[in-house]
Design a protein around this ligand. Structure first.
Ligand code: MN
Length: 490
């Protein structure tokens, strides 16, 4: 599909005329710089820049991000100097372009021997570290790089097979999880589905064959459900948009593994999604649905009252629906919907901080990690826990006052104690989970209410604790305390 600048300007109706002019100027600059260049797919190079900017426009990214997206490769693949970009567009946009270029500079050094993963992993670590520092400096750099990767994945067929596979693997292991942690669900789903056949070809074929024409079948069924819903909501005078949403293939594959490969247990192959105006209407609609169709026990999820750690908000319910079949229905407001699809970008848009670098509270972990990295350098230990902090699934756990702490899966009461305060961690001598005493190395689960027992007489963290803590925060604080006591072992 070909893109042009007018399509972008048309969707960018949230920008003012001056901002639109900036984008036109960036396009002209990029077009001149890339003149005559072609992608391996045979397309003119500028198509890549346009695709990147186009997707970001759909995400309602701000004008500087869009200009930088159009310019993102001029320093990397042409002779254009960064100083020229700065002269024409100012230091902010130049900084974004520079950030994106630097993020892309990580390349495998030397040739990997057959089956030798070491250079690949080394490269991944370097990638991670750079992404992460860029994120802490300005999230928009990472946003551009993620969308740039999306278009590269869409044109992967043009690359030599071995290279394509390496890029696909990196996408699945780093880019998609990062998009997930930033709450950009739509991008995450697309990146995973594009990488899936390259990285896990057998599993991909298996999933496809297992699904067969079930997608079609379910889609037809959900359309009937939607018709009924539309009628009922009209009667109740609740304005709403309702559509069907097919599950992404890779996320289906992961779910199948969880459910013993039994596809009949997957109720959200195609789900109905209802978008309404207000939070009150979300609950109203939920009530309406439950009056019509009985909910499956344990399947009502209120992510509005209790958002997921990545900020996702929505109501989910699974009901015994038309023809006695089971269907999943999701209810949310327009803002929740945009934030679920476009994550951090939509968040900036809605908080009217269009050029803000400020992180919303559910992303404060980015800043915290950056500070710790500055404190301890990029040692192997940091990298190890960084991987757990960012890429493992998260649980959320409550303080006795009802505050939520977001921790990686497998976190213990000691991780929780340090997440509250260093002092709580250092004086921790026991823990109660849901009112019962547990050992401080037990694994916490989402929804647990955790109370830490502290004692001023506690002798402080033990070296042993390093064996079971999961977060880099706990690890670094324990180390610090041990050092202060003169224990300098690594
Ligand atoms: Mn690019």
């Amino acid at each position: 599909m070909k893109r042009n600048i007018n399509q972008i300007l048309k969707i960018a109706n949230y920008l003012n005329p001056e901002e639109k002019n900036l984008i036109k100027k960036a396009f002209q600059f990029a077009q001149e710089a890339h003149a005559g260049q072609k992608r391996l797919s045979g397309e003119p190079y500028i198509q890549h820049s346009l695709h990147t900017a186009y997707y970001l426009t759909q995400m309602k990214a701000d004008a500087s991000t869009l200009a930088a997206a159009l310019l993102h490769d001029v320093c990397e693949v042409t002779d254009t100097k960064l100083s020229k970009v700065r002269q024409s567009f100012g230091s902010q946009i130049a900084q974004l372009v520079d950030g994106v270029t630097k993020l892309g500079k990580v390349r495998l050094k030397g040739q990997a021997a057959e089956g030798d993963d070491a250079p690949y992993i080394q490269n991944q670590i370097e990638n991670l570290r750079k992404m992460f520092l860029a994120m802490a400096a300005d999230l928009r750099v990472v946003l551009i790089r993620l969308v740039d990767r999306l278009h590269n994945m869409q044109t992967l067929y043009a690359l030599p097979k071995e290279k394509a596979r390496r890029i696909a693997r990196e996408t699945l292991e780093i880019y998609a999880p990062l998009a997930h942690r930033l709450g950009i669900g739509e991008l995450k789903g697309q990146l995973e589905d594009l990488a899936f056949p390259w990285v896990l070809p057998k599993e991909y074929k298996w999933t496809k064959s297992l699904v067969g024409d079930k997608f079609l079948e379910r889609d037809r069924y959900i359309k009937k459900v939607i018709k009924v819903l539309e009628k009922e909501l009209k009667k109740a005078k609740i304005p709403a948009q309702i559509h069907g949403r097919a599950k992404h293939l890779f996320s289906l594959y992961k779910k199948l593994l969880k459910y013993n490969k039994d596809i009949t247990k997957i109720y959200d192959l195609v789900a109905a999604r209802i978008i309404v105006g207000t939070v009150e209407e979300c609950y109203q609609v939920l009530g309406l649905i439950h009056a019509m169709w009985k909910p499956l026990p344990g399947r009502i999820k209120d992510y509005i009252a209790m958002p997921k750690p990545n900020g996702y908000r929505s109501l989910h319910t699974t009901v015994f629906c038309l023809e006695g079949k089971i269907a999943e229905i999701q209810i949310r407001t327009r803002q929740m919907h945009d934030e679920a699809e476009y994550g951090i970008a939509a968040h900036f848009y809605y908080s009217h901080k269009k050029t803000a670098k400020a992180l919303p509270s559910h992303l404060s972990w980015v800043k915290e990690l950056a500070e710790r990295q500055r404190e301890f350098g990029a040692g192997i230990d940091f990298i190890k826990t960084l991987k757990i902090d960012i890429f493992s699934d998260r649980i959320f756990v409550f303080t006795p006052k009802g505050d939520v702490k977001d921790l990686p899966e497998g976190a213990t009461p000691v991780d929780f104690a340090y997440a509250i305060h260093s002092e709580v961690g250092d004086t921790c001598c026991g823990a109660k989970v849901n009112g019962k005493m547990v050992s401080i190395d037990s694994k916490l689960n989402s929804g647990d209410m955790v109370e830490i027992v502290t004692s001023k007489k506690a002798s402080g963290p033990k070296r042993d604790w390093l064996k079971f803590v999961k977060t880099s925060l706990a690890r670094s604080r324990i180390r610090r305390n041990l050092r202060e006591k003169g224990d300098n072992k690594p």
